[in-house]
Design a protein around this ligand. Sequence first.
Ligand SMILES: NC(=O)c1ccc[n+]([C@@H]2O[C@H](COP(=O)([O-])OP(=O)(O)OC[C@H]3O[C@@H](n4cnc5c(N)ncnc54)[C@H](O)[C@@H]3O)[C@@H](O)[C@H]2O)c1
Length: 261
Amino acid sequence: MRLKDKVAIVTGAGSGIGRAAAMLFAAEGAKLILADLDNADETAEAIGANARGYAADAGDEDSIRRLVRQAEEHFGGLDIMFANAGISGGLKGIFEQTPEDWQEILRVNLIGPWLAVKHAAPAIKERGGGSIICTASVAGLRAGAGGPAYSASKAGVISLVETAAAQLVGSNVRVNAICPGLIETGMTAPIYQWARDKGRGASIGQLNPLQRGGEPDEIAKAALFLASDESSYVNGHAMVVDGGLSASHPFRKLAYGQTAA
Ligand SMILES: NC(=O)c1ccc[n+]([C@@H]2O[C@H](COP(=O)([O-])OP(=O)(O)OC[C@H]3O[C@@H](n4cnc5c(N)ncnc54)[C@H](O)[C@@H]3O)[C@@H](O)[C@H]2O)c1
């Protein structure tokens, strides 16, 4: 029960990583305010009395403000904010994306986490401290894992947690990011489906040394670590959870034990 009696908000809780984190946080004793555009209720119902689901836009300031208030009204305060909601915005390139594409992707993926920090931090501070976790991506580390606006938004999230951790000095509120690699969720379902339809399901995740895609629960476990007191001295950090994908420059792959010579 690593989150016993803690109160957490999870955005993007209706699917994928957010849903897995909500289920895991609940199993570890947390009380939960779950937010998504329209499917947070299903996750809340699967958890039971300790969770409430709300339709909320994670990139909208009033919505975030309301979620924090709901945590205070229903559960007496806030200890943990998992700003996880995000959109890929598709795979259009530099020449195809429009300013509107960029505005929406940055609004949800970067302004959303900033709003989460802005409104959750004071409430968490009131409880004596706690943890804010933002979902970034390996796409924020370097190119090749998303469209241009998506990648820029996730690089921004990594910068945000560094700046926020520094600016929250003395508050005992820690702010960290998680950078998932390829995880099978609603967001990546079309990629997985495309590969499987072509009979190439076995090639999914082959670019990382573990040679597989990740599961939402593997990111949820990282979020649990960052949410709990086990990570009490981890602050301003972007934790990469990608099977080793981003650990290496591109290279000609060899079999296990084989040498290049
Ligand atoms: N799946 C991956 O491979 C992968 C890799 C790196 C990072 N991520 C990040 O993980 C996070 C979770 O995505 P996922 O992979 O679980 O995808 P997902 O599509 O399964 O879940 C994302 C959820 O966020 C919700 N959402 C989207 N816009 C929202 C908004 N404005 N307000 C509230 N909710 C909104 C969606 O409705 C959805 O339920 C995202 O930030 C994503 O960028 C995913």
